[in-house]
Design a protein around this ligand. Structure first.
Ligand code: NDP
Length: 245
């Protein structure tokens, strides 16, 4: 590998937004660790697509809520590519449950993946990203809506936003930016699953731009944050949502 090739880890890159981020960063010139939890065939397909287009990538299984597995993900990336310039913690889940249902299994699952997972991945990123590097976590624009059923999910993402601001301060002096991207509704399994065609159409019309986001819309924002032009953006939550505010 060329000594100047930058290296990124993208968590949850087997499907949806993460897969598109991996493809986009590979196009931007990054060598990419394509992390997944269960979808091995999909992760391998993303890697094959990147390699066929002349890029560099490899698949790595790790549950982001498992500290040992995440440590192995970072080690595997160093073994494969020899350096680390950027970490994008995109992995997330969104079980819908109303607070009155007190579904603690759903609550624990969303907190484990979205909040504990972010904490674990950000911790490894803080230890290993090179000077001049970039760290991006994932929140959601739905925080501003407080829709019924989103309590556990919104709680997890509010926590992520808090972590991002603290980590940006903790990395003072290392020339590393730490930001969150907070998409509005994006047409992926996470958003579409369990919704009627009518609900999807309604949610798609909430933004003044009158459409659902596509994974490429969000990958472009991550590309900006990881690119030369994003270098002065630090400790921000970038709400990429077509105006769904
Ligand atoms: P998808 O459900 O389409 O994809 C989720 C990805 O995360 C998959 O690659 C999945 O891997 C991975 N994943 C899930 N759990 C874990 C885990 N424990 N460890 C590692 N990987 C895991 O989701 P989206 O692409 O829509 O969402 C991506 C991010 O964007 C999430 O953080 C989400 O909260 C956020 N977001 C999405 C919005 C939307 O409308 N789609 C809106 C706002 C924010 P596998 O397939 O192997 O299970």
């Amino acid at each position: 590998m060329n000594q100047d090739t930058k290296v990124a880890i993208v968590t949850g890159a087997s499907r949806g937004i993460g897969a598109e981020i991996a493809r986009r960063l590979a196009k931007d010139g990054y060598a990419v660790a394509v992390n997944y939890s269960g979808s091995v065939a999909k992760a391998e397909a993303v890697v094959a697509e990147i390699v066929a287009a002349g890029g560099r990538a490899f698949p790595v299984q790790a549950d982001v809520a498992d500290a040992g597995a995440v440590e192995s993900l970072f080690q595997a990336t160093f073994e494969r590519f020899g350096r680390l310039d950027a970490v994008v913690n995109n992995a997330g889940v969104m079980p819908m449950t109303r607070i009155a249902d007190a579904d603690l299994d759903a609550f624990d699952r969303v907190i484990a993946t979205n909040l504990r997972g972010s904490y674990i991945v950000l911790a490894q990123a803080a230890r290993h990203v090179a000077p001049g590097g970039r760290i991006v976590a994932f929140s959601s624009s739905v925080i501003a809506k407080s829709f019924p059923g989103y309590g556990a999910y919104i709680a997890s993402k509010a926590g992520v936003e808090g972590l991002v601001h603290v980590l940006a301060n903790e990395l003072r002096g290392r020339n590393i930016t730490v930001n969150a991207v907070a998409p509005g509704p994006v047409a992926t399994e996470l958003f579409l699953e369990g919704k009627s065609a009518e609900q999807i159409a309604q949610l798609g019309m909430l933004a003044p731009l009158e459409r659902l986001g596509q994974p490429a819309d969000i990958a472009a924002v991550v590309s900006f944050l990881l690119g030369a032009d994003g270098g002065w953006v630090n400790s921000q939550v970038l709400r990429a949502n077509g105006g769904f505010a």
